[in-house]
Design a protein around this ligand. Sequence first.
Ligand code: FAD
Length: 393
Amino acid sequence: MSMQRIVIVGAGQGGLQAAVSLRQEGHNGPITLIGSETHLPYQRPPLSKAYLKTGEAESLRLRPQSYFDDQDITLMLGTSVTRIDTAARQVVHAAGSVPYDHLILATGTRNLRPGFPGVERALDLRTLDDALALRQAMANAKSVAIIGGGFIGLEFAAVARGFGLTVIVAEAGPRLMGRVVSPAMSDRFLAMHREMGTRVMLGAPVTEVTDDGILAGGEAVPADLVVLAAGVRPNSELAQQAGLETDNGVRTDAQLLTSDPAISALGDCAAFPDPATGRLVRLESVQAATDHARLIARRLTKGMTGPYAAVPWFWSDQGSSKLQIAGFAATDDLSVTRADGAVLRFAGDHLSAIETVNDPRTHMQARKLFAKGARPTRDILRAHDYEIASILR
Ligand code: FAD
């Protein structure tokens, strides 16, 4: 079992963690990590935060080249897998093929590029090469228009304001980060960004990138630079073409196995059953990518068969505000805002997530609560004044 050949497609956060965890768990067989990008595996979160300020790419690196040499992990960078041959159990790339006994798909997501005119003029912020290009473009810009008021667009907006640029965020929906946070948290961040001097346009779909800016909600908004942060699509085409089940991502069971028992999927590209509700979800977070990888490594080395049950958590740094989310809420989950600003979300009557700002203590308490499998009702929480510490006791 432990000599089986494991191939990982995608050398990002989750793919790298899968290779690391496999060796840590005692897998002795060959591991091949294949990635389209030419850089050693690196972390993306700083690309919209510290990296834009410092330009230090080395600190993003997850492991040095010597790690792969020492651990006997074959790293194939600058190599895109074009096809999975499930019958022959091999992955195919431009220069050949690599056989596997077990395949892990860690292909992540790519930026959604809407089809409106001029979109090719907008810069992306997904890869290290994107961030490098953006940093250079910012040096010559006085104003920037950001298409999309989600986490990445808003983190970038805060950095750009810090550089003294005129910043406009155009969001098609009625509120910021609308897919993932409560209305109260959207309002709080709207106020914060406006206080920072950013012009935030809501309900303003962008329909064109023009020679001198964007057309948002029918209004011509001038900008030297346009950044596209309008969401992502899972890279699930390889799986789809190989006949695996897909549904807004590569569909897996509770152990992150795809519909082919020789193939697992993890991270941003995987649609898996949420342990709390059973709903099929796809999470775009470092936590999900790394915890998925650890579970798959344990399953492949130890034959462990327990379902994936890690508590989801997430963070976003925008200006001086650190937003943290523990748990997972659907867009329409109800919210209760505590006097200190923490927001508790409820799926039906049960606690689903807790959102906090600059309050790591409550965030950690929430993670502890969810880790115990506790999903207290609103009545119970109300009886405890919505104090998580009190419930934990
Ligand atoms: P990725 O890390 O995206 O890696 C996928 C890799 O697969 C890519 O390198 C891609 O090139 C490669 N690939 C795809 N197809 C192929 C193929 N056919 N052949 C070979 N290689 C292929 N998360 C947080 O939790 N907190 C944050 O604050 C945060 N900030 C972020 C800021 C930015 C700017 C971005 C872009 C993301 C941020 N994220 C954040 C999200 C987080 O980085 C991702 O959830 C995480 O990287 C997912 O890991 P992954 O391994 O699934 O995918």
